[in-house]
Ligand binder design. Structure first.
Ligand code: NAG
Ligand code: NAG
Length: 295
C-alpha cells in the first residue's frame, strides 16, 4: 500500500514537473530555424531554400580549405554564378546568409596568428565589405551576414580566437557596414576541444549550434551537455542542431522534439532556436515544417 501511494505521489510530482517545463517552454519559443545549404547539388537553389519561408538564417557550407595561403569553396557542384543574386534575394526577404568554414575535409588549419589574420583578410575581401585586387569574389558584390566555425579537427596551435576577434572588430559596432553574425557549430561534447574553447572564451560569439546527432555520445548525453554549454556562455544564444534525415544516427522523431527536445532546451534563458542539417534532407523529409512550430 505504502509503496503504491509513494509511486502515485512520484507520478504526480512528475506530471507537475512536466507541466511546469511545458509552461516554461511555451514562454521561450523563438521560432528561429537555421539551415545549412551547400552540401548537395540536388537540394535546390539557395533562393528556393529562402523562399520556403521555413528558415530564419541559411548557412552556406563550406569554405573547406584555408590556413596555408590557399582558399577553396566547396558547394557540392552548385553553380556558383547565381549564388550572389540568391544571397541578395534571401536578404531581401529577411533571411540572413552566412558562410561556414571547416567541414569534414582535411584541408584546413589555422596554426598561427598570421594565418588567422590572413584568413580574416580573405573572408573580408572575398565575401564581406572589403575589396582587394587579386581577391576574387565568388558571389560578386553580395555582402554576407556572418561566419560560422564548423570544425571537425584542429590542434592546440590553431588560432580561431584571433580570427574571431578580427571579425568582431568589423562588426557594425566596430566600424561601418552591417552586423556580422559570428557563430559556431560544434558537436555536443563539453567542454569543446581547446582550439574552439579558446575562441568561444572570447565571449563574442553570437550563436552556437550544438549538434546532437551523428555522434553516439551526443545522442546519449546531450541533455547534460546542453546544460553545460548554455551555462558556460550566458551571452551566447544556443541552437539545438538536429538532422532532417531519418537515416542519420541521432534523428529525433518530431513527436519527441515536442515532448523532449523543445522543453529541455527551452529551459535555458539563452535558448536561441533550432539548427537543421541540412537543406537537402529537409527538402526530402519536410522535417522543418513538422518541427518548426516547437522551435
Ligand atoms: C597571437 O595573438 C594573441 C591574441 O591577440 C596574443 O595574445 C598572442 O601573444 C599572439 N601570439 C603571437 C605569437 O604573436
Ligand atoms: C514534402 O512536401 C512536399 C511539398 O509540399 C511534398 O511534395 C512531399 O511529398 C513531402 N514529402 C514528405 C516526405 O512528406
Amino acid at each position: 500500500m505504502a509503496a503504491l501511494a509513494s509511486r502515485r505521489a512520484a507520478a504526480v510530482v512528475l506530471a507537475v514537473a512536466a507541466l511546469v517545463s511545458l509552461a516554461a517552454a511555451a514562454g521561450s519559443k523563438t521560432g528561429q530555424v537555421t539551415v545549412f545549404w551547400g552540401r548537395n547539388k540536388d537540394e535546390g537553389s539557395l533562393r528556393e531554400a529562402c523562399d520556403t519561408g521555413l528558415y530564419t538564417m541559411v548557412i552556406i557550407s563550406f569554405l573547406d580549405v584555408y590556413g596555408e595561403g590557399r582558399y577553396h569553396l566547396d558547394l557540392s557542384g552548385h553553380p556558383v554564378g547565381g549564388v550572389g543574386a540568391d544571397i541578395k534575394h534571401c536578404q531581401s526577404v529577411g533571411v540572413p546568409v552566412s558562410l561556414s568554414i571547416g567541414g569534414f575535409g582535411a584541408g584546413y588549419s589555422l596554426p598561427s596568428n598570421q594565418s588567422a589574420l590572413d584568413l580574416f583578410d580573405h573572408l573580408w575581401n572575398a565575401y564581406f565589405g572589403g575589396r582587394k585586387p587579386g581577391v576574387r569574389r565568388p558571389f560578386g558584390d553580395a555582402w554576407l551576414d556572418g561566419v560560422d566555425l564548423f570544425l571537425e579537427h584542429g590542434t592546440a596551435a590553431d588560432r580561431y580566437d584571433v580570427l574571431a576577434l578580427e571579425l568582431a572588430k568589423h562588426n557594425i559596432r566596430g566600424g561601418p557596414g552591417k552586423p556580422l553574425h559570428l557563430t559556431a557549430t560544434p558537436r555536443c561534447e563539453f567542454p569543446p576541444a581547446g582550439y574552439l574553447k579558446r575562441a568561444l572564451d572570447t565571449g563574442i560569439f553570437e550563436r552556437v549550434h550544438v549538434r546532437i546527432y551523428d555522434d553516439a555520445d551526443c545522442e546519449a548525453y546531450w541533455h547534460t551537455a546542453w546544460d553545460e554549454w548554455t551555462a558556460a556562455y550566458p551571452a551566447t544564444r544556443f541552437y539545438v542542431g538536429m538532422t532532417a534525415s531519418e537515416m542519420t544516427h541521432g534523428w529525433v522523431h518530431p513527436k519527441n522534439v515536442y515532448y523532449d527536445v523543445a522543453p529541455s532546451v527551452q529551459k535555458a534563458d539563452n535558448y536561441g532556436g533550432f539548427m537543421i542539417w541540412d537543406r537537402y534532407y529537409d527538402r526530402l523529409s519536410n522535417y522543418t515544417s513538422m518541427v518548426k512550430p516547437y522551435a
